[in-house]
Design a protein around this ligand. Structure first.
Ligand SMILES: [Zn+2]
Ligand SMILES: [Zn+2]
Length: 434
């Protein structure tokens, strides 16, 4: 029997501004109660801001690029047989796929404590794992409310046993309903309220049965409404390249492979190797397309292009330098040319359009699976040509609307500027003290 526990609820795709609005309307009474005695803050997620990769910091305390997960899809360069691609068959986020693909660089928090993971794709080492097979059914039949109810039932069932030090549950309905309907649709707002109900039930159980507990409610990324699908694959095909992309990615041997994540970011790979000429041609073409935001590529550092602006990021051990070449694509001009550490850059960029951009751009390129070019879409746009059902909201980019996430804790703590990696430390420190 354990007397203290961490309960971590991931409210997939929940936006801080919508929570604020619903709090002001007194629509989230349970959350309101927790905030009164606890902490409510905004923290910085990681790039790409997509379900799966953006969960890694919570459970490993590391960035996805450092665990070799640059997105929910990528091209597996090392695999020389059959296809060289690796893209998500539907089970990727729902089964053990992500756990197996993550490099064993460090322990997950599950491996350190008696832990249960409910519907969460990052679950390596959990004592008890409940995979989200119902995700597929919900995707087909749009039964997200039932999916979350099932998550609540498992959570309360496990809490009553008092056997687990750490209980993690993913609630998916806010994200999924936002994609289908847009972020402010009444079904989405209802999903926030239902989530608040679930919080109330869990909170009461914790109060009744545990001597002490740390209750954490957070999100993996924001979401923005999408009015235009750019169709990155179509653009590249019109340039004369042969291109494959998910889900039609079976056969290799094309010029380019495109792998999107969250629909607002994509990796572009040259399957047969690249020439500088072709790389520059693609970058130039994309930089002139309305709705394309950042274009990132490696060349003597990491180049950042935005329209006709260009800058370069260099890394040396734990320090980074941002240098403007033309214009100031990340809006950090006054710090151009300075070598600064991770936390200093976090502080500088926290309130900018691209929170933590320097550190986040550097970390994704540390993954050998990253594309030759990475593209992000601007607010209101995404990169996909089509999707069933059609997406009316997207995430995945470095924009503040995707990078900033809310965090709510039942205890008062001095948060300062936190990233999602710091939540790992918070849970670990709490559980390590007997
Ligand atoms: Zn998500
Ligand atoms: Zn999503």
């Amino acid at each position: 029997m354990v007397e203290k526990a961490v309960v971590f609820l991931l409210m997939d795709g929940a936006r801080g501004d919508i929570i604020n609005r619903l709090l002001a309307q007194r629509q989230l009474p349970n959350l309101e109660k927790i905030i009164q005695n606890g902490t409510y803050s905004t923290i910085t997620s990681t790039f790409p801001t997509a379900t799966g990769p953006a969960h890694i910091p919570f459970f490993l305390g590391r960035y996805p690029g450092d665990c070799n997960i640059p997105g929910i899809r990528w091209m597996e360069r090392a695999r020389k047989t059959r296809t060289q691609s690796y893209t998500s068959p539907y089970g990727y986020l729902k089964g053990d796929g992500l756990n197996e693909d993550m490099g064993r660089f460090s322990k997950t928090i599950y491996e350190k404590f008696i832990s249960a993971s409910i519907f969460e794709p990052v679950s390596r080492g959990a004592t008890k794992k409940i995979f989200a097979y119902g995700h597929f059914i919900s995707h087909i039949f749009n039964t997200w409310t039932n999916f979350d109810r099932l998550g609540l039932d498992y959570t309360t069932h496990i809490l009553r046993k008092k056997k687990f030090q750490l209980i993690v549950t993913l609630f998916a309905s806010i994200d999924e309903l936002s994609h289908r309907n847009g972020c402010m649709h009444h079904k989405v707002l209802r999903a926030y309220e239902l989530f608040d109900n679930n919080i109330g039930k869990i909170q009461r159980l914790l109060e009744d049965q545990y001597e002490d507990y740390l209750f954490i409610i957070t999100s993996d990324h924001g979401l923005t409404d999408t009015h235009t699908h750019i169709g990155l694959v179509k653009v590249l095909k019109l340039m004369g390249f042969s291109v494959r992309s998910y889900p039609l990615n079976i056969k290799n041997g094309h010029d380019l492979f495109v792998a999107e994540s969250g629909n607002s970011m994509a990796h572009i790979y040259f399957e047969k190797g690249h020439t500088d000429h072709n790389k520059e041609k693609i970058k130039k073409k994309l930089s002139n397309i309305k709705g394309i935001d950042l274009i990132l590529s490696k060349n003597g550092g990491i180049r950042i292009n935005k329209g006709d602006q260009e800058a370069i990021i260099q890394q040396s051990e734990n320090r980074y330098k941002y240098e403007m070449i033309r214009g100031d694509p990340l809006g950090l001009g006054s710090f151009s040319g300075e070598w600064l550490g991770e936390n200093k850059w976090h502080e500088i960029t926290f309130a900018s359009n691209y929170p933590d951009s320097i550190v986040q751009i550097a970390q994704i390129f540390r993954s050998a699976r990253s594309g030759d070019i990475i593209v992000t879409a601007d607010n209101g746009y995404d990169l996909r040509t089509f999707e069933i059902p059609e997406h009316r909201a997207s995430h995945g980019s470095l924009l503040k609307e995707h990078m900033n996430v809310p965090v709510i804790l039942n205890k008062k703590i001095e948060t300062g500027l936190l990233r999602t990696t710091d939540i790992y430390t918070l849970m670990n420190d709490y559980l390590e003290v007997i």
